[in-house]
Design a protein around this ligand. Structure first.
Ligand code: HEC
Length: 471
C-alpha cells in the first residue's frame, strides 16, 4: 500500500483514501491484532534478558562504549556510535549483530553468547517496532479480544534527536537536521522557513556554502553508504546528490573558497569532492577507525579530520596527502575545530578532555589539554570572533570557555537531554544547541541565558514506519 505511485495518489486521492480505509478495516486490522498478541514486550521479555546479561558493563555507572541498558530510553539512545536498535529491522540493528557475533567483539563480552531463543526474543521485539510499553500492547490486545472492533493505534512515538545544527554565514538562518529531514529556522522569530525532505536516514551533518546560498547535508544508510545532498537555501530545491563512502557520513565541511566539500565517514575514510560536479577528488585513508569530524583551515589549504582512532590528522587539500598526525588523545574524538586565525586547532571526545594544538607547517604541538567535562564530550565549536570555545557533554552540560586559557566563562547545566550538536553564530553572539530529545535552544553567549526554545519533533524511525504502514 505504501508503494502506490504518487501521481495516482494525487489524482485519485479520495478513491485511495477510501480504499485505504477499507484495507485498514480488513487486512491491517488483523495484522495488528496478530502482532499485538505475539510481539514480545519490552519490560516483561526483553529488559530481563538485557539486565541479566549486560548490566554489569552497560549501566549508568559502568557504561562501556557509552552504552547503557538501565532504561528503555537509554537503550534506544545507543552507545558512542549512535543507536544500536533500528526499529522494524533486527538484521540492521547493531545490538543483534553484536549478539550473534556478526560484528566484533561479540556481546556479552567475556562470557558465553546468549542462547538462541533469547536472541530470537530480542529480534522479534525489534522487528515488531521496538516499542517500550507492554501496558499499551496488552491493554490493546485485550480490548481487541473483547470488542473485535479493529482499532489502529500509532506506535510508541520516538522522536528523532536533533543530529546536527548550523548557522548560515550571515547568521539569518539556522539549519537543523534529524531523521530524514532538515528544518530551516529563522533564529529571530523561531519560525520554520522550510522542511527539506528526502534523506535516506539521519542527516548527521550540515555545512553551508561560504556565500550562504547552498547547504550540503550528509548522512546515508548505516553500513550501506553515505550521501551528500546539496540544497538551494532560498528556493528549498534539491540541486544534487553525491553518493559515496561505504557507511554513513558523520561530518561534512565546505571549503572557504566554495569549491570543495569534505566528508568524514564511519567507513574510516574522509573524502574531498568537487562541490560543483560531485566528482570525488581524493580519498583520505590513513585513519584506522570512524572519522567523526572534518574541518577546513580558514585559508582552505588544509583539512583536519578527527577520528574514533584517537587522532587528528592534517591533510594537504591540494594533493590529498597527509601532512601530520596529532595523537595526544586517550580515546575517540568526536569533534575538531580550527581557531578563526588558523594557528591552532581544538579537539575533544570520549576522554572528556579538550586538546588544543599550535599548528606549524609540518607538525603540531600540544599547547594545552584540560579534563573539561565529567563525561564524554559530544560536540565542540570555536567562535568566529575567537572569544569562546564551547563543548557539550553527556554529563548534561554545555560549557563555554576562554579559548586562550580554557578558563570557564559560563556553564549551561541541567540540560533536559544530551546536547549532541551545537554551533555558534558567525559573530559569536548566539549559541544553538540541538538535543537528543528533539529540542533546540538558542542562547545569548554574553548572558548565558536561553532566548528561545523549540521542539522540532522530527519523526523517529518508528513514527515514520507507523505512518507509512497506515498510508
Ligand atoms: C564484561 C563487560 C561487558 C558485558 C557483560 C557486555 N558488554 Fe557490551 N560492550 C563492552 C565493551 C568493553 C564494549 C566496547 C567494545 C569495543 O568497542 O571494542 C561494548 C560495546 C557494546 C555495544 C556497542 C555500543 C557502541 O555504540 O559502541 C553494544 C550494542 C553492546 N556492547 C551490547 C551489549 C549487550 C546487549 C550485552 C548483553 C547481552 C553486553 N553488551 C554485555 C563490554 C561488555
Amino acid at each position: 500500500m505504501s508503494n502506490k505511485p504518487l501521481t495516482l495518489r494525487a489524482t485519485f486521492r479520495i478513491l485511495v483514501l477510501s480504499t485505504a480505509c477499507v484495507l485498514m478495516a480488513t487486512g491491517l486490522a488483523s495484522y495488528y491484532l496478530v502482532r499485538a498478541a505475539t510481539a514480545p514486550s519490552y519490560s516483561s521479555d526483553v529488559a530481563p534478558i538485557l539486565k541479566r546479561n549486560c548490566l554489569s558493563c552497560h549501566s549508568a555507572t559502568q557504561h562501556k562504549s557509552g552504552f547503557m541498558i538501565d532504561s528503555y530510553s537509554a537503550l534506544m539512545k545507543g552507545g558512542k556510535h549512535g543507536a544500536v536498535i533500528v526499529p522494524h529491522d533486527a538484521k540492521a540493528s547493531r545490538i543483534i549483530q553484536l549478539l550473534e557475533g556478526d560484528e566484533d567483539p561479540q556481546m556479552p563480552l567475556e562470557s558465553d553468547p546468549l542462547p538462541e531463543a533469547q536472541i530470537a526474543i530480542v529480534k522479534a521485539w525489534i522487528n515488531a517496532g521496538a516499542g517500550d510499553s507492554p501496558a499499551v500492547d496488552e491493554a490493546h490486545a485485550a480490548a481487541q479480544k473483547l470488542s473485535q472492533i479493529p482499532e489502529i493505534r500509532p506506535e510508541v512515538p520516538v522522536t528523532s534527536p536533533v543530529t546536527t545544527v548550523k548557522f548560515s554565514p550571515s547568521g539569518n538562518v539556522i539549519a537543523a537536521g534529524g531523521y530524514r529531514e532538515i528544518r530551516l529556522i529563522d533564529p529571530v522569530t523561531g519560525n520554520v522557513l522550510a522542511t527539506l525532505v528526502g534523506h535516506a536516514d539521519y542527516v548527521r551533518s550540515i555545512a553551508f556554502s561560504p556565500d550562504g546560498k547552498m547547504l550540503a547535508a550528509a548522512g546515508g544508510s548505516q553500513a550501506r553508504g553515505g550521501e551528500i545532498k546539496i540544497w538551494d537555501v532560498q528556493s528549498h530545491q534539491l540541486l544534487r546528490t553525491f553518493a559515496g563512502h561505504q557507511d554513513s557520513i558523520y561530518s561534512v565541511a565546505w571549503s572557504p573558497d566554495g569549491k570543495l566539500i569534505a566528508s568524514g565517514s564511519y567507513d574510516k575514510t574522509a573524502k574531498l569532492w568537487d562541490a560543483e560536479t560531485g566528482k570525488e577528488l581524493f580519498a583520505l585513508q590513513d585513519h584506522i577507525d570512524a572519522v567523526f569530524s572534518v574541518a577546513f583551515s580558514p585559508d582552505g589549504k588544509r583539512l583536519a579530520t578527527a577520528s574514533q582512532d584517537r587522532t587528528v590528522k592534517i591533510w594537504n587539500v591540494g594533493t590529498g596527502r597527509r601532512l601530520y598526525t596529532l595523537s595526544d588523545a586517550l580515546d575517540g574524538l568526536t569533534g575538531v575545530a580550527y581557531s578563526p586565525d588558523g594557528s591552532e586547532i581544538a579537539a575533544a571526545g570520549y576522554d572528556k578532555t579538550i586538546y588544543v594544538w599550535k599548528l606549524a607547517e609540518d607538525e603540531g604541538h600540544l599547547r594545552q589539554s584540560l579534563i573539561a567535562d565529567q563525561d564524554s564530550i559530544l560536540a565542540i565549536a570555536w567562535a568566529g570572533d575567537a572569544q569562546t570555545l564551547v563543548t557539550a557533554s553527556s554529563d548534561g552540560s554545555i560549557r563555554l570557555r576562554n579559548p586562550a586559557t580554557l578558563d570557564l566563562t559560563s556553564v549551561l547545566d541541567r540540560q533536559p537531554d544530551w546536547v549532541e550538536t551545537l554551533d555558534l553564530s558567525p559573530d559569536g553572539k548566539w549559541l544553538a544547541a540541538g538535543r537528543y530529545n528533539g529540542s533546540l535552544s538558542l542562547y545569548n553567549v554574553a548572558t548565558a541565558k536561553e532566548v528561545r526554545a523549540m521542539n522540532l519533533v522530527f519523526g523517529g524511525p518508528q513514527v515514520v514506519a507507523a505512518n507509512e504502514a497506515r498510508k
